[in-house]
Design a protein around this ligand. Structure first.
Ligand code: SAM
Length: 256
């Protein structure tokens, strides 16, 4: 019988193992992400619990939080009490970080965080308990905005939904497709299936000045994000590699 070769940890992985140890129940196979071995992923300097039910938050998503905070800073006085909905929260990295940043800058706020995965939402709840700023948070299992209270109107809806086109999944590393939840990755044939559904649902959950912030795939063009329901001003923002990776949509027409 051929013995599997021992895992060669990279310097980064060695640091993570030294810092957080490893979950004893995890069998270490060659390409399992170290974050599932330790049960911790760092995001914006904070240690988030992660499990195989949650995506490992990526560094570029920190930029989405930064864009949202800057946008709020230039649009709302701190006297305003903000209402935020995060859709597809996973381990809660966006919601927790946003909450801390808003509090640091003086905005009282409340959050509704949701995910279609009950298991992921349970992890988000733990992370909010361990790490969050003291803002009121409601956790909702929901298919996009489907079970969010009908009368809830937000200043910001933020989401990093699955956006990878289905055909591209096969070309991703097995350390991604073999361990991270497919439900967190697969965005349908062009990657924007869930994004378009959210954009169509959003107007009924936004205040008049409200906006939707999204992480998108670099292949997405404005037309991919549009729906027939209402008009939007759409702005695309680039990541640090100058790829179009984030979108802000603001309804411009009264909604029905
Ligand atoms: C790309 S992951 C992002 C997780 C986390 N927000 C982050 O940035 O690391 C997408 C998340 O959306 C959730 N999701 C997938 N389909 C959904 C749906 N129809 N409604 C709500 N959430 C969904 C997945 O369970 C997953 O947690």
């Amino acid at each position: 019988m051929v013995k599997p070769s021992p895992r060669q940890w990279t310097p980064y992985e060695q640091t993570q193992l030294a810092r957080y140890g490893r979950r004893p129940e995890v069998i270490v196979t060659a390409d399992i992400p170290v974050e599932y071995v330790t049960g911790i992923a760092e995001f914006a300097g904070r240690p988030f619990l992660v499990t195989p039910a949650t995506l490992i938050p990526r560094i570029e998503t920190e930029q989405l939080v930064e864009l949202v905070v800057n946008d709020i800073s230039s649009s709302y006085p701190t006297a305003e009490r903000l209402s935020i909905i995060e859709v597809g929260t996973g381990c809660g990295a966006i919601g927790v970080t946003l909450s801390w940043e808003l509090r640091r800058r003086g905005w009282a706020h409340r959050l509704v965080v949701s995910d279609v995965s009950t298991k992921a939402l349970a992890v988000a709840r733990l992370n909010f308990g361990r790490l969050a700023a003291t803002a009121p948070v409601t956790f909702v299992v929901s298919d996009l905005l489907g079970t969010i209270k009908a009368d809830l109107q937000a200043d910001v809806i933020v989401a990093n939904l699955p956006y990878i086109p289905t055909a591209r999944l096969a070309s991703l590393s097995s350390s991604v497709t073999g361990y991270e939840p497919a439900q967190a990755l697969d965005g349908g044939s062009d990657g924007a299936r869930l994004i378009r559904r959210l954009v169509a649902q959003a107007p009924s959950h936004l205040k008049p000045k409200g906006r939707v912030w999204l992480e998108i795939d670099h292949t997405h063009r404005p037309a991919d994000l549009r729906t027939n329901r209402g008009d939007y001003q759409l702005d695309i923002f680039e990541d640090s590699a100058n790829l179009p990776r984030f979108a802000r949509l603001q309804p411009t027409r009264p909604r029905c």
